[in-house]
Design a protein around this ligand. Structure first.
Ligand code: ZN
Length: 180
């Protein structure tokens, strides 16, 4: 059987979004493999470029990054959804840049968020193999956004000024698209 398993997205205010997620010790278990499938199916059902397990009310260290070009990020790489278990990162320099983010758990809002531009990451893939990579720009931003979810943080926590928060409808006008 190959039915989709789409979960509801936890919304801002849900306690699960404020917990520190538990490390995965049994990535090959049926439970975790099912969690990964639900995350993939749920992300595919949205316009999102990433999702973290706490967003489907599972406080576990699993994220998915799925960058693709958009009107705002025309140079964003098109990548297959990448499953990252127990992810970690370090900044390769202190350089940060501010750019727009949104979140499936905070609909209707966009904000400018400072993030490290270049990072080194490690994670286990869905087969349990340890992977290392360097990320930059948009993909590094998506990673840091999803990683924050595992720490019980949301992107609004990193906004430097309330004036950097806008309604999504105004954001779309600003970037010249009617909807996404
Ligand atoms: Zn998010």
């Amino acid at each position: 059987m190959n039915y989709n398993s789409i979960s509801e997205i936890a919304q801002l205010g849900a306690k699960v979004l404020r917990l520190k997620a538990a490390a995965i010790t049994d990535s090959q278990s049926t439970e975790i493999q099912q969690l990964i499938k639900t995350l993939l199916d749920t992300l595919a059902s949205t316009q999102g470029v990433g999702i973290a397990a706490p967003q489907i009310s599972e406080s576990k260290q699993v994220i998915i990054i799925a960058s693709r070009p958009s009107p705002r990020y025309p140079n964003a790489p098109l990548m297959e959804p990448t499953v990252m278990i127990n992810p970690a990162y370090e900044a390769l320099s202190d350089t940060t840049e501010k750019d727009w983010e949104g979140c499936l758990s905070i609909p209707g809002i966009r904000a400018l968020v400072p993030r490290y531009k270049d990072i080194h990451i490690t994670y286990s893939n869905e087969q349990g193999t340890l992977v290392e990579a360097k990320l930059e720009g948009f993909v590094a931003r998506v990673f840091q956004h999803e990683f924050d979810h595992l720490e019980g943080k949301v992107y609004l926590d990193r906004v430097e000024n309330n004036r950097d928060i806008v309604a999504e409808s105004e954001y779309f006008k600003m970037v010249g698209v009617s909807s996404e």
